[in-house]
Design a binder for this molecule. Structure first.
Ligand SMILES: Cc1cc2nc3c(=O)[nH]c(=O)nc-3n(C[C@H](O)[C@H](O)[C@H](O)COP(=O)(O)OP(=O)(O)OC[C@H]3O[C@@H](n4cnc5c(N)ncnc54)[C@H](O)[C@@H]3O)c2cc1C
Length: 455
């Protein structure tokens, strides 16, 4: 294996986590080889143009947290961002047969039918609920204890459906709401802690919901174009092995099998792929990574004539609570947020199905899933004519589902890997599932490996 070329660093995976890690490493260690199994950079950030509509296959929106802003500014890509139209701030929940706005002001909170008077009082009593130190709570247990059961079913559950396609009974509070758990520990209350613990301006990023002007896939491509060495696409890392001084990376690709040697390696794949890659270097880490579950997602963008639906298409979109008897998880009104997403006079609705609510959807034929979607939309929006499904995108393992053990599992993985110099993990399964969190994990991984290539 000594004949294998030595490079400054190898990054496995060119999703947003891998791209961020590679750009950070490029500025410190110099030569970076990025390897990705897919046909384009960006991982789940994929954008296609279909019949004049801009279709996101993966994420639709982006939070511009401080690391995102720092990376884009540093690469002069900040102007690629587009902020969602301010009129699209209004969000809705499907409740009792209609779309109810999520309250955004104290007056709206008083008036909303989403909670009963008793539920509202219970929510307002949060600062007076006694502090408890509990580890391993589910989100439902933690938020139920602090905010009351009604708020969990009516507000917290739908929110988790929107972000994780997940289930509040199974998701772990410390992983999903780590900052809220910490506020309770430090201040005894989420509400009081939120008022007292203001984050420094440098950690805040930009407010609001964003995408990129041409979509998130092209933004990922622009980031990858900043790499001196373009990512090796269609190439899969099959194994990593360490000797006394460096890592040996085995790659299988279009030109046959290749090997590299590097002192630094970032593994920025999903957890299940990292488990396979690391199996030969540490069974314990591989088993812990393999235990991280993912929820499936089916995305169906619909072309809609606004005159053909009885409920006006306005705002950000809506989520559907679990007990509504509806398969659809939620719908984003993409053309309301970003005006260039649909031809003039038409609307683009991004509908999300599957998740923990309907995992079987991932294996059902298109016509069955679309049929269910149209039945659900008939109840929610009232259809006068059938909207056109522009695509069906299936992600079998879409979103990581951090459970009650997640925080301790990740700490254990990191502790074990710290005994193996020169390797770090990045990805959405570590410290947060959003695009922004995945990007931040890439920067963190690159920094963990340090900058001096001779060390
Ligand atoms: C349908 C969907 C909708 C979402 N919506 C939003 C949203 O609106 N807002 C938001 O903030 N987040 C959203 N998310 C979450 C967010 O997009 C992802 O969690 C994040 O982008 C994942 O980035 P990543 O780099 O960790 O992983 P990925 O994007 O999965 O990238 C991993 C890369 O590793 C490569 N790879 C895997 N195995 C190997 C191997 N052996 N060798 C080489 N390469 C390998 C893959 O090809 C892939 O390119 C959504 C996710 C999905 C799937």
């Amino acid at each position: 294996m000594t004949g294998a070329p030595e490079v400054g660093a190898v990054v496995v995976g060119a999703g947003i986590a891998g791209l961020a890690a590679a750009l950070e490493l490029q500025s410190t260690t110099g030569e970076v080889v990025v390897i990705d199994a897919s046909d384009r950079p960006g991982g789940v950030l994929r954008t296609d143009h279909i019949s004049g509509y801009v279709i996101e296959r993966g994420p639709n929106t982006l939070q511009v947290k401080a690391p995102v802003l720092g990376l884009l500014r540093g690469r002069k890509l900040e102007s690629s961002l587009v902020r969602a139209d301010s009129e699209s701030r209004r969000r809705f929940l499907f409740r009792d047969g209609r779309l109810e706005p999520v309250p955004m002001s104290p007056l709206a909170f008083v008036r909303t039918p989403l909670l009963t008077a008793r539920g509202k009082l219970r929510l307002l009593a949060e600062p007076f609920v006694r502090r408890r130190h509990v580890t391993g709570e589910s989100v439902a247990e933690f938020t139920g204890r602090r905010l009351g059961a009604e708020a969990v079913g009516s507000l917290v559950g739908p929110f988790l459906t929107g972000v994780y396609a997940g289930d509040e009974e199974q998701l772990g509070a410390e992983a999903v709401f780590g900052s809220l758990v910490e506020l309770e520990r430090r201040y005894g209350s989420i509400a009081l802690g939120g008022l007292l613990a203001r984050r420094p301006r440098s950690e805040r990023g930009l407010r609001g919901v964003y995408s990129a002007v041409e979509g998130l896939g092209p933004l990922a491509r622009k980031l990858s174009e900043q790499l001196v060495e373009p990512p090796a696409l269609g190439s899969r890392v099959t194994a990593l092995r360490r000797d006394a001084t460096q890592w040996h990376v085995s790659v299988s690709g279009p030109g046959g099998d290749r090997r590299f040697r590097a002192r630094r390696v970032v593994v920025a794949t999903p957890a299940y792929a990292a488990a396979e890659i690391l199996r030969g270097s540490g069974g314990e880490v591989a088993d812990a990574l393999a235990a991280i579950e993912y929820a499936p997602v089916v995305g169906i963008p619909l072309a809609v004539d606004p005159n053909e639906v009885r409920t006006p298409i306005e705002g950000f979109g809506f989520l559907v609570p679990r007990d509504a008897g509806i398969a659809l998880l939620g719908t984003l009104f993409m053309s309301r947020m970003f005006r260039n997403r649909a031809p003039k006079g038409h609307e683009l609705l991004q509908c999300i199905l599957g998740g923990r609510r309907w995992p079987e959807a991932i294996d059902l034929p298109d016509d069955v899933v679309i049929g269910q979607l149209l039945e659900d939309l008939e109840r929610i929006l009232g259809l006068r004519a059938e909207p056109r499904a522009l695509a069906v995108t299936r992600w079998r393992r879409a979103i990581p589902q951090p459970d009650r053990e997640h925080v301790r599992r990740i700490a254990g993985i990191r502790a074990t890997l710290s005994g193996l110099p020169g390797i770090a993990l990045a990805g959405a399964y570590l410290d947060g599932v959003s695009v922004a969190d995945a990007l931040a994990s890439g920067i963190r991984a690159a920094r963990e490996l340090g900058g001096d290539p001779s060390s």
